[in-house]
Design a protein around this ligand. Structure first.
Ligand code: NAD
Ligand code: IPM
Ligand code: MN
Length: 350
């Protein structure tokens, strides 16, 4: 039966890079058993400015019938920061309870990392980010707003259930890795003595059932340092929502830039959503120069999670050829356009 994929291009470079991902999937359909029915959903700044709507309940109801959501990015300089990000991206992550955010960091070729003397074998980790609570829960408020006595609070929500399920997923993930089985908890338990105390206790108790996994702890500041100095010491990392956001932009850069980093928002029992880590990049939107590789890799991750592992491998191999042959956009030192990179990857699908 055909997979049903909901496509949300979104804003800025979102639609440009997602078009390339859909193009690659359509090419794969011609040569394999993969069948996909796509439907486009027109959500983002233009739709919001025209109608005042973000994601309505009716749209969410409809999205429940899909196997996955394939998203570009949202965010537009014409709209106040937070409205589209909360109203579309975070609303989808929360409404579909996509509590795992898988963010692989994998270097394909030494020449694309700014780190000296680091090779692909040194930069190969999986960041597992909690994706439905923490500082993103939207709990807080203003008191005496607009006066000199103003108080603004933003609370970090850590629930036992939320922490336990992501930590358990991370242990299961680490225990299946072929390399040595090492899981690092990245937190700030020396300062966040309530919230991250809960994380430490959960990490320890869930870990009792995973004898083969080597347990490791890093404060987030030291984590930032390690990612630059000794990325080879990191394999599977589990962390809270906010820290996961920040360290994965750092991770994107050590693997070749924002155009190479992908994100799977996973609900193991529901509708998952796949997207590049980068945003709508208004500075380069509409110029046909955005790197489409992250979006294409996200498409590969999507079909892999949906059970089409062999087909996903074909996309990954074609991307490796583009990287090895420098058939790339300017951000990676190439000279091709967004569309040309997509065309090249299609032409290399075996
Ligand atoms: P950004 O990721 O959009 O851009 C950061 C820098 O990276 C820019 O210089 C941009 O040109 C470059 N860049 C990003 N993706 C690229 C690509 N594929 N190819 C080449 N260069 C690329 O981050 P920002 O500027 O902080 O945010 C812009 C908007 O996007 C904001 O509204 C923000 O809220 C939103 N945003 C959305 C998402 C999402 O929807 N998943 C993620 C991050 C940011
Ligand atoms: C990301 C983005 C989002 C996040 C924003 C746009 C809400 O930065 O996917 O990394 O912080 O999760
Ligand atoms: Mn981010």
């Amino acid at each position: 039966m055909a997979l049903k994929i909901a496509v949300i291009g979104g804003d800025g470079i979102g639609p440009e890079v997602i078009n390339e991902g859909v193009k690659v999937l359509n090419k794969l359909i011609e040569t394999t058993n993969l069948e996909i029915e796509f439907k486009k959903f027109d959500l983002g700044a233009n739709h919001y400015l025209k109608t005042g709507e973000l994601v309505t309940d009716e749209v969410k109801e409809e999205l429940r019938n899909y196997d996955a959501i394939y998203l570009g990015a949202v965010g537009d300089p014409r709209v106040k920061p937070g409205i589209l990000e909360h109203g579309i991206l975070l609303d989808l992550r929360f409404s579909f309870d996509q509590y795992i955010n898988l963010r692989p960091i994998k270097l394909l070729d030494s020449k694309y990392t700014p780190l000296k003397n680091k090779e692909p074998k040194d930069i190969d980790m999986m960041i597992i980010r909690e994706n439905t609570e923490g500082l993103y829960a939207g709990v807080g408020g203003f008191f005496k707003k607009g006066t000199k006595d103003e108080v603004a609070t933003q609370q970090m929500i850590n629930t036992y259930k939320g922490v336990e399920r992501v930590v358990r997923y991370a242990y299961e993930y680490a225990s299946k890795r072929n390399k040595s089985q090492k899981l690092t908890l990245c937190d700030k338990a020396n300062v966040l003595t309530y919230g991250h105390d809960l994380w430490r206790r959960v990490f320890k108790s869930v870990g009792e059932n995973f004898d083969t996994v080597e347990k490791n702890y890093l404060f987030v500041d030291a984590m930032a340092m390690k990612m630059v100095r000794n990325p080879e010491q990191l394999e599977t990392v589990v962390t809270c929502n906010m820290f996961g956001d920040i360290i994965t932009d750092l991770g994107a850069e050590i693997q070749g830039g924002m155009g190479m980093a992908i994100s799977g928002n996973i609900n193991p029992n529901g509708v998952s959503m796949f997207e590049p880590v980068h945003g709508s990049a208004p500075d380069i939107a509409g110029q046909n120069k955005a790197n489409p590789i992250a979006a294409i890799m996200a498409a590969s991750m999507m079909i892999d999670v949906l059970g089409y592992t062999e087909e996903a491998k074909k996309i990954d191999e074609a991307i490796e050829l583009a990287v090895n042959n420098n058939m790339l956009t300017v951000d990676m030192g190439g000279s091709l356009t967004t569309v040309e990179v997509g065309d090249y990857i299609c032409s290399q699908l075996k």
